[in-house]
Design a protein around this ligand. Structure first.
Ligand code: SAM
Length: 281
C-alpha cells in the first residue's frame, strides 16, 4: 500500500469515515520522498524510534523499514480503525494510544528499547505543540541520539538559529545548549493533505553528550537567557535589569569584565558569553 498516495489515503479515510481534526494538527504527508529521507536521517538498524503522531502511518512504515523497532504514540483513537490495516506488514512497529505530553517517555524508552544501541525521536509534529514537545524532550535529557522532526518553517529557523545572530532567541540558546541543530530540508505546504497555510522544514537535533559551555546553575542560566531576550529592541543591560530587577551597574560591570560594551544587545552574545554572564550576575 502506498501511504503517500493521495487516492490511497482518500479511500482509506472514506472507508472508515475519518475526517481531519484541525485542532490535532492533522495534515498528512502525501509526498513519497519526505518520509524515506526523514527515516534515513534519524535512524539505522540498531535504533529504537519513538514517533509522535503516526496519522495513517506513512512515516511509521518508513521508520519500520530502517530502524530496529518503532513505537508510535497517537492521540486520536479514531485511527485504531486504520493503523492496523496500513501497518499490517510492519512487525517491528507498535502503536500506543495516548497524549505524548502526558507520557513518561524515559520509562517508555526503558521498557521498549532495552536491546537498542541507539534511540531517536522522529515525527511530523502537530504544530500546536511543537515548542513544548521539542523543549520537553531536550530538557528531560532523554538518552537519545537525535530528534529529527518536521516543524513549521519559521519554527525551524528559530529553533536552529545560530546563537549570536539576529534570528536567535531564548529557544535557540536552549536548543544549542542541549544539541547540535541543523535544518535538513524544506517541505512545501503542497506536500500535505489538507494543505496547511504554511511551509514546513525537517530539522535534526543531534543530542550533545554534554553542554558546550559550563554554567554554575542551569536554572539561573536559563532564567537569565529568558530575561536577555524578553525585550528584543532594548540593550541587554536594560532588558535584564527591567526583567529581573538586577542593578544596571552590576550588569555593566559583568559585561565589562567579559570585554563587551555596555550597549551590547542580547542577540550579539555567543553561547559562551551568555554562560559567562550567568556565572557573574
Ligand atoms: N505522521 C503523519 C504524517 O506525517 O502524515 C501525521 C502527522 S500530523 C501533522 C500530526 C499527528 O499527531 C496526527 O496524527 C495527530 O492526531 C497526532 N497528535 C496530535 N496531538 C497529539 C498528541 N498530543 N499526542 C500524540 N499524537 C498527537
Amino acid at each position: 500500500m502506498n501511504l503517500a498516495d493521495i487516492n490511497t489515503i482518500r479511500s482509506l479515510l472514506d472507508k472508515s469515515g475519518f475526517s481531519f481534526k484541525k485542532s490535532l494538527g492533522q495534515n498528512f504527508l502525501i509526498d513519497p520522498d519526505v518520509c524515506p529521507a526523514m527515516a534515513a536521517a534519524a535512524c539505522d538498524k540498531d535504533t529504537g524510534v519513538i514517533e509522535i503522531g503516526p496519522g495513517i502511518g506513512v512515516l511509521t512504515a518508513e521508520l519500520s523499514k530502517t530502524a530496529k523497532r518503532v513505537v508510535a504514540v497517537e492521540l486520536d483513537e479514531r485511527l485504531k480503525k486504520i493503523l492496523p490495516l496500513t501497518l499490517a506488514d510492519c512487525k517491528n512497529a507498535e502503536i500506543i494510544y495516548g497524549d505524548i505530553m502526558k507520557m513518561d517517555i524515559k520509562k517508555l524508552i526503558a521498557e521498549k528499547f532495552s536491546d537498542c544501541a541507539k534511540i531517536a525521536v522522529c515525527a511530523n509534529l502537530p504544530y500546536y505543540i511543537t515548542s513544548p514537545i521539542v523543549m520537553g524532550l531536550l530538557e528531560s535529557r532523554l538518552p537519545a541520539d537525535n530528534i529529527t522532526v518536521m516543524v513549521q518553517k519559521e519554527a525551524a529557523e528559530r529553533l536552529c538559529a545560530e546563537v549570536g545572530t539576529r534570528d536567535a532567541g531564548a529557544v535557540s540558546v536552549a536548543v544549542s545548549y542541549y544539541s547540535e541543530p541543523e535544518i535538513l530540508f524544506e517541505v512545501p505546504r503542497t506536500c500535505f493533505m489538507p494543505s496547511p497555510k504554511v511551509d514546513s522544514a525537517v530539522i535534526k537535533l543531534k543530542i550533545r553528550e554534554k553542554p558546550p559551555v559550563s554554567v554554575n546553575s542551569e536554572e539561573h542560566f536559563f532564567r537569565l537567557v529568558k530575561a536577555c531576550f524578553a525585550q528584543r529592541r532594548k540593550t541587554l543591560v536594560n532588558t535584564v535589569s527591567n526583567t529581573t530587577g538586577t542593578e544596571k551597574e552590576a550588569i555593566k560591570k559583568a559585561l565589562e569584565s567579559l570585554g563587551l560594551p555596555e550597549t551590547v544587545r542580547s542577540e550579539q552574545l555567543s553561547l559562551n558569553n551568555l554562560a559567562e554572564l550567568s556565572n557573574l550576575i
